[in-house]
Design a protein around this ligand. Structure first.
Ligand code: SF4
Length: 312
């Protein structure tokens, strides 16, 4: 589906078309862990990871799914009164990393709420298998289901450096299996990870475009207090090139011009409360303002999503 009211395919418009009205994502924290933290893949986690930085305050596993959904709807109603339908976003940690019976219990509980139209399940590519995909395929008959994978980088040397614990090939394989199972699939990527040049990041547009993804989400690297990466940054700042806001806007506009035109873009940049950040703070500018400036830059440069993309 190609939606072209803006210089890029906007996630909110995609869901408006799909559901016939505004749909709001509500985060829940279902108390998952992550194989890169519990020892099965690693113990330290990805060096940039701090789930607390983006977890809304109402998201506490002890409350259970139903209560978090109720509080999430209330929280979002204050800002987005037009939203009548909601997608429950299993966000924190790896949300397919439990035995199938436990996953079923959690997902089914979320779908019991009458205003919930579906689930977006954020996870690691190495925690999904054919059995889970088969179950989600069945679930799709009753609700919208999307899997959202943290890919972060298309370069194995970067994934190794940030202690990601999986390769790009594993991410590609999970995305392909998900696509083949007929389940919409999103990918999350970070720009500015140590060791990647601007050129490498620009070239990743072609690689990302070759993945059978429905949606993409991009973040500038943000270094969170207390993470291993914060320590690394303070010791060796010269290894990092953190984007300034202006540089990032220029980069992301050019990157998007090289991106497959039908990919739906959920976000161009991340936003977390400044108290979590070591750097960069971008003068505490809110994401909606960043987005306006990105759209303006598309216009100034005469660019749009896919302008330079060539089908292979
Ligand atoms: S970013 Fe995701 S995969 Fe990495 S440690 Fe954090 S929860 Fe685990």
């Amino acid at each position: 589906m190609v939606i072209k009211k803006r210089p890029f395919n906007n996630y909110a418009d995609y869901f408006k078309q799909l559901f016939g009205g505004r749909v709001q994502k509500i985060s829940v924290d279902a108390g998952f862990s992550c194989p890169n933290r519990d020892g099965s893949k690693g113990t330290g986690g990805c060096t940039f990871c701090d789930n607390e930085a983006f977890n809304p305050s109402y998201c506490q596993p002890a409350k259970g799914i139903t209560q978090q959904i109720a509080e999430g709807i209330e929280f979002h109603h204050r800002r987005y009164r037009r939203a009548k339908q909601f997608l429950v976003y299993f966000q924190a940690y790896s949300n397919t990393y439990k035995p199938l019976a436990e996953l079923q219990k959690l997902y089914e509980e979320a779908l019991l709420h009458p205003a919930v139209a579906g689930l977006v399940i954020g996870t690691r590519p190495d925690t999904v298998d054919k059995t889970i995909l088969q179950y989600l395929r069945q679930l799709q008959k009753r609700a919208y289901i999307m899997l959202e994978y943290g890919v972060e980088s298309v370069y194995d040397e970067t994934l190794l450096r940030v202690n990601r614990g999986h390769s790009f090939a594993e991410a590609k394989s999970a995305i392909t299996l998900t696509y083949e199972a007929g389940i919409p699939c999103g990918g999350h990527f970070i720009f500015g990870l140590p060791g990647e040049s601007r050129q490498m990041m620009l070239e990743s547009a072609e690689i990302i475009s070759g993945l059978p993804l429905t949606t993409v989400k991009f973040h500038q690297l943000q270094i969170f207090k207390g993470t291993p990466m914060a320590g690394e940054y303070l010791m060796r700042r010269e290894d990092f090139h953190l984007f300034s806001l202006e540089e990032y806007i220029d980069f992301i506009v050019e990157f998007t011009a090289n991106l497959r035109p039908d990919l739906i873009i959920e976000r161009f940049a991340g936003e977390v409360p400044p108290r979590f950040l070591v750097s960069p703070a971008w003068d505490r500018i809110r994401y909606d303002v960043v987005l306006q400036r990105i759209e303006k830059r598309f216009e100034e440069k005469g660019l749009y999503q896919g302008k330079f993309w060539k089908q292979k």
